[in-house]
Design a protein around this ligand. Sequence first.
Ligand code: IMP
Length: 199
Amino acid sequence: MSHRHFEGGRLIVASHNPGKVREIKELLAPFQADVVSAGDLDLPEPEETGLTFIANAELKALASARAANAVALADDSGLAVSALNGAPGIYSARWAGPDKDFDMAMRKIESELGDAADRSAKFVCALTLAWPDGHCETFEGTVSGVLTFPQRGDKGFGYDPIFVPDGYDITFAEMDPDKKHDMSHRADAFSKLVPACFA
Ligand code: IMP
């Protein structure tokens, strides 16, 4: 399948989250891109009305690409718990409420799981590169694991303290951040995007 390539020049990171923008800038450092964020340009943040990670990544990337008339990259991510039919999924940020209380969100997952035997879960990341003419290149990455309670570790963010990736016995929040970044859902999605659109 042929993909449209990024031909250099300005690239908008369609996010107002400085942590996410920093991580994406690092990942794109080897390529000829003049990276600026939607936050730096004061671009409006669209409402995430999609029903899938991919729909939300495309909606965010397209909004920035059209507003700035430049190529834009967006991601949408979250935690999908098997026994909860994929919840919190695209609502992962919303489960933490306006105060971003992930302690509460993780306790909610624990209580909704009850005594369910299946503790499997995965982090999912959809990445979209969008052009002002409406063209989108979209890739999805995942990392699978099991949930553990109570929370362990203080290195990560969000749901990291309850997620033990397959093949490990420590949570993402106990893991060295570089190691997590190498194996994360975002790294998996980037490993598909880069050869298709940047290499
Ligand atoms: P987004 O900014 O709409 O993509 O929100 C993603 C939400 O999913 C975040 O607020 C976190 O709650 C959760 N999430 C995504 N990636 C991770 C991760 O690597 N670790 C922990 N939580 C994550």
